[in-house]
Write a protein that binds this ligand. Structure first.
Ligand code: G3P
Length: 216
C-alpha cells in the first residue's frame, strides 16, 4: 500500500516527505480552508515536495463546470489528480476527463455500488471514506475489502485510496484489506513509526554502547 498525506499544510508535507516514504497527497475544500491559504499556491508547493500524485478537488456541481475546473487544475502540473464528487455529474465528468487522459480521484465513496460506477466511469482512483463509515456504525474496512474484490473479479483498473483514516489500526487493516493507497493526517503518519519496544531497545543499545566504548 502506498502512503499519502491527507493535508493542505505544506510544512506537514515537508516533514513526512523527508522520510522518503511519501507517494502522494490528497486535499479537499475543508483542508484548504484549514490551511488558510490560496488553493493553487498550496497545490503547487505540495507537488514540489511530493513529486507524485496530488488530488485537488473541483467545486462545480455541473458536468461542464467540473470538466473545465479539472482542466484548469491540470495546468498547474501533470501531478494534479482531479478530485470529483460522487454524483451523476461527477461520473460524466470522470468519463470525459479520463477519456482525455486526465487522472481522476472520485471522492466521498460510501458503497460498493458507487465504487463500481466510478470504476466503470474510468476513475484512476476511488476514495472510500472508511472512518466516516465507521462513524455511522457500519464497517468501513469491509467496504474496502468488498471494493477490492469487485475490482479484481471484474478486472477493473481503478485503485482504492483508503481515506478518512483516523488511527494506525486503520492503516494496518487497510493494507491487509487490499487498499492500493492509504491517505492519512500527519498525526496518524507520525504514530506509524512509534513503538515502545523500539524506544526501550534503542535506549538500552545506546547505554550499553557508552559502556562498551571503554573497551574499544
Ligand atoms: O481523505 C478524506 C478525509 O479528509 C476525511 O477525513 O476524518 O474528516 O472523515 P475525516
Amino acid at each position: 500500500m502506498h502512503l499519502y498525506l491527507d493535508t493542505a499544510i505544506v510544512e506537514e508535507v515537508r516533514e513526512i516527505a523527508a522520510w522518503g516514504v511519501l507517494s502522494g497527497c490528497t486535499t479537499n475544500p475543508s483542508l484548504i480552508l484549514a490551511s488558510g491559504r490560496k488553493f493553487e499556491d498550496v497545490i503547487s508547493e505540495i507537488i514540489e515536495l511530493v513529486k507524485g500524485p496530488v488530488s485537488a478537488e473541483v467545486t462545480a456541481m455541473d458536468t461542464a463546470g467540473m470538466i473545465s475546473q479539472g482542466k484548469e487544475l491540470r495546468k498547474i502540473s501533470n501531478h494534479v489528480v482531479v478530485k470529483l464528487p460522487t454524483t451523476p455529474q461527477g461520473l460524466a465528468a470522470c468519463r470525459a476527463l479520463t477519456d482525455e487522459g486526465h487522472p481522476v480521484n472520485m471522492t466521498l465513496c460510501f458503497s460498493m455500488n458507487q465504487a463500481l460506477l466510478m470504476a466503470r466511469a474510468g476513475a484512476t482512483y476511488i476514495s472510500p471514506f472508511l472512518g466516516r463509515v465507521d462513524d455511522i456504525s457500519w464497517d468501513g474496512m469491509q467496504l474496502i475489502k468488498d471494493i477490492r474484490m469487485m475490482l479484481d473479479t471484474h478486472d477493473l483498473k481503478s485503485q482504492i485510496i483508503a481515506a478518512s483514516i483516523r488511527h494506525p489500526m486503520h492503516v494496518h487493516q487497510a493494507a491487509l484489506a487490499g487498499a492500493h493507497i492509504g491517505t492519512m493526517p500527519v498525526k496518524t503518519f507520525q504514530m506509524l513509526i512509534k513503538h515502545p519496544l523500539t524506544d526501550a531497545g534503542l535506549e538500552k543499545f545506546n547505554s550499553d554502547w557508552e559502556k562498551a566504548k571503554k573497551n574499544q
